[in-house]
Write a protein that binds this ligand. Sequence first.
Ligand code: C5P
Length: 217
Amino acid sequence: AAHRPLAGRHVLVTSGPTHEPIDPVRYIANRSSGKQGHAIAAALAALGARVTLVSGPVSVPDPAGVQVVKVESAREMLAACEAALPADAAICAAAVADWRTAHAAGQKMKKVPGQPPAPLELALNPDILATLSAHAARPRLVVGFAAETENVVANAIAKRQRKGCDWIVANDVSGDVMGGTENTVHLVTDTGVEDWPRMPKQDVAARLAARLAEALA
Ligand code: C5P
């Protein structure tokens, strides 16, 4: 039906930050509210898609009509994404931590008076977007995000190539986007760049979902 153009399609969405444990009480994380990713999941469901939302720790509510898989770390997020395949499309909106601690402590690390803190050894996390883009069960359309504070479009075009995804939604985070309700984005596809006006994150989500429905039609 015209109003449910994604009926019968399965779309995977990642959202939120990841938390990488240092010890049982401390973690490394990226700044992300999950507002944009969760709004995208809701917009896709509104167009009839079956949506699997793999979410890191967020305080925004679960969108209605969406299957939510809650994870903490990047490695858990990747495993949940791979377990959700096959999918017709994947939208990676999560702010995944690039690094995790190489050896998370099993017990709370103690301050020792007069001693400097122990150095943290970091390990590289898997890149979920790049992994899905190169996957044997690659979704037909893979979409990534690029949060940039300068050279927004040029960086996004390079990122699209590097990650092997189809589209990049580039957002300018030089202002008050983080945790805010509005977003200014550029959609980078194989055919060019669209500059979208500043609009509520809900509207970015609806427009992206509509574009995805066209692309999968
Ligand atoms: O490399 P960068 O973090 O700037 O790329 C951002 C895009 O890549 C986003 O779509 C994000 O969800 C995705 N990403 C990912 N796994 C990572 C790092 C980024 O899926 N480890």
